[in-house]
Structure formats: structure tokens, C-alpha cells
Design a protein around this ligand. Structure first.
Ligand code: PLP
Length: 397
């Protein structure tokens, strides 16, 4: 029997904690960049589950890898070795230049691990440091540590008191950053491109001021690449494109291409100060997560996906700028690769249902920004079709 949207909504309203304001659609299946609702209506997906489904939906190779792993062995815990965790850590080391990985299950856990490792580093050196410098408009996740370095009061206030000693400075304000970082700073944390904050890339000049402030004070640098990392911008990591020199990098989202997995990538200097038992996770880096992530990295590097994002990203940008130029409510177009934001002169919320009516999935963030994070496998023809639908949606405002 077909379950209607009404049935789903009624059941959820009774039993699911009401923390999400969902769009009134039930997606039941996908294929590539296409999603299908319960009635079989087809949508083009320019969001990929907030930057997760990097290989598109129902990717046959990924499905086979997951199924094969499920038939073999899914989970044994971190009390034992398995063959895949080291392989995945090595691949990530080659991609990032950071030689060690700690595996967890989400973006916020990856940030949490970076914050803990920064504290542990200073504790091991016998000079504990309690301060963190973060950026305005940052988003690092919802657990207490990550929330403490997330700037938006709306997320923070109901959960006070948060970690003390966090100072926020405006992104791309070199003077403010330099003034805030001191010999008491344990770490500076930045998103190389702020995602939830409205798709705002840091400038290379600001990145060099961050490097300088960290070098001078000894503060560790954490680059949060949960949204911008792993090919999304056409680079393996956007920190490298900016010239940032992080000691710790948080990743998540696309890493498992839909299977929940995150990681903290760690310099040898920091890793040398971490001891057995300092941190852990029951699920972190289990066989299923590692198998999915290895498959994704094979596609990203060996399969040429990063180069594809570079090419399609340039085409996407051109088309997006042409669409934006037709609508006077669009103030700015920001982004890189396949990570884009359209800053509107007004609240962007009505764009989402207008786009859904035209069968294209987009997202609004930071009140006034339409955010686009399509699957990395998007083709130029799919980009053209999806952006012409978005054009129609913007025309209704
Ligand atoms: N860090 C950044 C930059 C993010 O964009 C997000 C999520 O949007 C997170 C951390 C938190 O990730 P998760 O929702 O997987 O906990």
C-alpha cells in the first residue's frame, strides 16, 4: 500500500522530535542527480543532501561496495584491527598532506575531535591554553564544543553556558584576527569557505594573516573542511587553494558519499602529543564507513572526479552568473567549483518552494542566500536544465 505524504507527516508529528521544518515532499528513490517522490515525480537535485551525495544517488559502484561489505563484515569496533582503516587513513594523508586520521561519524564529531586534540596538545606540553579564536558567521556543528565555536546566537543561546574563552572576529578582517590571537590561544578555527554562513570564501590575504598569527603565537590552526573539502570546490581541499597551513582538518559529509563517516586529519606534531585512550568512538571508522569512503576516494582521485568538478564548475558558474544577471534581487554570486551561493536582497526562503514547484532542489541559508551544492557527478547538460528551472523560480519573487 502506498504511504501518502499525509500519513508520513501525521506519524512524524506524533513520534519524531520536532527539530526540523521539512519541505512537504517525501523522496523515495534517486538516480544520479535525480530524485523521485512517492508519486514518481522527478526532481533535479542541486543540494545532494547538503553536500553529501557527491557520487549522485543510487550510484551502482557505491551500492555494490556497500552491499559486498554488508555481506562480508560490517563492524567489529576499535578494539580490533580491520584491513580498511589504515588504507583509508593513508589515502587521506596523500590527499591532505596531514599524515594521521582519527575516524568518527559526522562533521560535528570531527570538529569536536580537533578541539579536543588542540587542548590535549597544549596539556601535553605542560602549558594548557584555554582560548579559541573563531569567525563570525561560522558554523561548525551542534554538539557543545562545535556549537561553542559557531557564532550564530540563534543556535547558541538556548544551550548556554557553552565553552568559555572563545573569541569571534569578522572573516577577512586581518587586523581583528591579528589582535585576537595571543600566546593564550590554543587554536584558531576557520572554514576556508563558510558554508552555512552564506557561502563566503576567505581571501588568500586573510589566510596568510591566519598563518602568520598562528606561527607567531604557536596557536594551532584547524581548517573545517566538512562542507568545502573532498573535491567540492574543484580542489581536494580549499585550505590548500588558499595557502592555509592547518595542523588539524575536519572532514565529513561527502566522505562516505551517504554513509555517515567523519574524520579529523592531524599533523605529526599534534599526533605525537596524543596518547592511547585520549579519544574514541564505537562506530568510528568501521568497515562499512571505510569501504564507502575508499570507494568515494577512488572515484574522486583515480576516477577523475576532481578534474570533472573543475570543468563543470566553470560552466556552472558561467550559467549561474547569467541567470543571476537577469534578476535584480540577486546582489552577489559567491563560490567555487560546485559550491555556490546567491545572495539576495531579501529573505531567500520563498525560492525553495518555488524551485520545488519547478522540480529542482535548492536550499536557503543565512536568511538571504540560495545555496547550491549539487552532486559532484553533475553534467553540463544537467547544470543547464537545473539552472534554467532556478531561473524560473527566481522570476516568481
Ligand atoms: N562543519 C561545517 C563546515 C559544516 O558545514 C557542518 C554541517 O553543515 C558541520 C561542521 C557539522 O556537520 P554534521 O551536520 O555532519 O555534524
Amino acid at each position: 500500500m502506498q504511504t501518502t505524504l499525509d500519513d508520513v507527516q501525521t506519524l512524524e508529528s506524533r513520534h519524531v522530535l520536532q527539530t526540523y521544518r521539512r519541505q512537504p515532499i517525501t523522496f523515495v528513490r534517486g538516480k544520479g542527480v535525480r530524485l523521485y517522490d512517492a508519486q514518481g515525480v522527478e526532481y533535479l537535485d542541486l543540494l545532494s543532501g547538503i553536500g553529501v551525495a557527491a557520487l549522485g544517488h543510487a550510484n551502482p559502484g557505491l551500492a555494490e561496495a556497500i552491499a559486498d561489505q554488508a555481506r562480508t563484515l560490517l563492524h567489529t569496533s576499535n578494539l580490533f584491527y580491520h584491513p580498511l582503516q589504515g588504507q583509508l587513513a593513508e589515502r587521506l594523508a596523500n590527499l591532505s598532506g596531514l599524515p594521521r586520521a582519527f575516524f568518527c561519524n559526522s562533521g560535528t564529531e570531527a570538529v569536536e575531535a580537533c578541539l579536543k586534540f588542540a587542548r590535549r596538545y597544549w596539556y601535553s606540553r605542560g602549558e594548557p591554553r584555554g582560548e579559541i579564536v573563531a569567525l563570525d558567521q561560522s558554523f561548525h556543528g551542534r554538539t557543545i564544543g562545535s556549537l561553542s565555536v559557531t557564532s550564530d546566537e540563534h543556535y547558541r543561546v538556548p544551550f548556554a553556558p557553552l565553552l568559555t574563552g572563545v573569541r569571534f572576529v569578522p572573516p577577512n578582517d586581518r587586523a581583528a584576527l591579528t589582535a585576537a590571537v595571543s600566546p593564550n590561544t590554543a587554536a584558531v578555527i576557520v572554514e576556508p569557505i563558510q558554508g552555512e554562513g552564506g557561502v563566503r570564501p576567505l581571501t588568500a590575504a586573510f589566510a596568510s594573516a591566519v598563518n602568520e598569527a598562528c606561527e607567531k603565537s604557536g596557536a594551532l590552526l584547524i581548517a573545517d573542511e566538512v562542507q568545502s573539502g573532498l573535491g567540492r570546490t574543484g580542489y581536494p581541499f580549499y585550505f590548500a587553494a588558499l595557502g592555509l597551513k592547518p595542523h588539524l582538518v575536519s572532514i565529513g559529509k561527502a566522505l562516505g558519499a551517504g554513509v555517515p563517516v567523519g574524520a579529523a586529519l592531524i599533523s605529526e606534531e599534534v599526533a605525537s602529543k596524543i596518547a592511547f585512550g585520549d579519544h574514541g568512538s564505537t562506530y568510528g571508522g568501521n568497515l562499512l564507513a571505510c569501504r564507502a569512503a575508499l570507494h568515494f576516494l577512488n572515484e574522486l582521485v583515480g576516477g577523475g572526479l576532481i578534474a570533472h568538478v573543475g570543468r563543470v564548475g566553470r560552466h556552472f558558474e558561467q550559467r549561474l552568473r547569467a541567470v543571476a544577471a537577469k534578476h535584480s534581487i540577486v546582489k552577489e554570486v559567491r563560490g567555487c567549483g560546485l559550491m555556490w551561493g546567491l545572495e539576495l536582497e531579501r529573505d531567500a526562503a520563498p525560492v525553495v518552494p518555488a524551485a520545488l514547484e519547478r522540480r529542482v532542489v535548492v536550499n536557503r541559508t543565512a536568511e538571504t542566500v540560495v545555496r547550491l551544492l549539487p552532486p559532484l557527478v553533475l553534467t553540463e547538460a544537467e547544470a543547464d536544465e537545473a539552472l534554467s528551472r532556478l531561473d524560473g523560480a527566481l522570476g516568481t519573487l
